[in-house]
Design a protein around this ligand. Structure first.
Ligand code: NCD
Length: 322
């Protein structure tokens, strides 16, 4: 069975940190996606739910964000909770040289959970050690982005009903893109076939390839986009992570080397969906938006029910251990 554990009652992950997608088992991921599905009417504002009433969630965003922070905030507020938000680290004592450890330690005495985005890989792990409240990683440098993966999986599952046996192309910056680092692992766990398509200098790093091999994943490289998508079900496009390049000239060499447009998609299967964690900065032409392939705005919406499901599982009042 693909999604083995369809829970009747909401999933409990009481008090747990989610730093990497590996912190969640397959059963837990499946349970979260099931409860996220039930939360869709709440995320749309059509039904009320007080699951987080009286809870405070801190949003510590030390790196730019639009969707991740606002969908977390929407999730908390739709469920009756409230947020303490750092949206601009320049306005906090981090600017005065306060350590991340101290900032998080203090925040954990003001809030019931902390959502952290930070430019350094490993920052969320450190924060989880500093905090006695659960920490959720909303992106740590080129490391991990586990909650993005949950909503990516939900988008695929909503369209195809399964992940097993699907052919998924990961396109773009596979070196620095944290979304694909988390997603590749999860796709392999659920039995998707993965095609890696990137400029040579942005190939998926060896450590991730080793993980995929250990998982027994079906993975291959196909740098040519037209060939890569020929019989694909999902095309997952990413932005080149300009801000992570140590040298701007290296960025200029690869900038603009791939673009998904109507011409490219002519060769695709009719059911192919195009996904992107967003923001896009030219990798997907606007003309794709009007085609049935475009799934990225639905994907952005599903961030809200997925983050509702995760927060309510972590802040679950029952005290039940998972
Ligand atoms: C991604 C990120 O921050 O890693 N954005 C997001 O969370 N939706 C992708 C990106 O910035 O390119």
């Amino acid at each position: 069975m693909i999604f083995p554990h369809s829970l009747a009652r909401p999933m409990s992950l009481h008090g747990r940190d989610v730093v990497s997608i590996r912190d969640l088992s397959r059963e837990e991921i499946a349970g979260l996606l099931d409860s996220a599905k039930r939360m869709i009417p709440v995320a749309e504002g059509r039904r009320a739910s007080p699951l987080l009433a009286g809870k405070i969630v801190a949003m510590a965003f030390v790196e730019p964000s639009t969707r991740t922070r606002l969908s977390f905030e929407s999730a908390v507020q739709r469920l009756g909770g409230s947020c303490l938000t750092i949206a601009d680290a320049g306005a906090t004592s981090l600017r005065k040289g306060e350590s991340l450890y101290d900032t998080i330690r203090m925040l954990s005495s003001y809030a019931d959970a902390i959502v952290l985005r930070h430019p350094n890989e490993g920052a969320a792990r450190l924060a989880a050690r500093a905090s006695d409240r659960p920490v959720i990683n909303a992106g740590d440098g080129a490391g991990q982005h586990p909650t993005q993966t949950l909503l990516d999986l939900m988008t695929i599952r909503e369209r195809f009903g399964t992940l097993a046996g699907l052919k998924v192309v990961l396109l773009g910056d596979l070196k620095y893109g944290r979304t694909v680092h988390s997603l590749a692992y999860a796709l392999a766990e659920f039995g998707s076939e993965i095609t890696l398509s990137s400029p040579e200098s942005l190939r998926l790093p060896e450590e991730h390839r080793d993980d995929l091999r250990r998982q027994g994943a079906k993975v291959h490289d196909e740098p040519n986009l037209e060939r890569a998508i020929r019989d694909a079900d999902v095309l997952y496009v990413t932005r080149i992570q300009k801000e992570r390049f140590p040298d701007e000239s290296e960025y200029r060499e690869v900038a603009g080397t791939y673009r998904v447009d109507a011409r490219v998609l002519k060769e695709a299967k009719p059911q192919l969906i195009v996904m992107h964690p967003l923001p896009r900065v030219g990798e997907i032409a606007a003309e794709v938006d009007a085609t049935p392939h475009a799934a990225y705005f639905r994907q952005a919406f599903l961030a809200v029910p997925v983050r509702m499901a995760l927060l309510s599982a972590i802040l679950d009042r029952s005290g039940r251990r998972p």
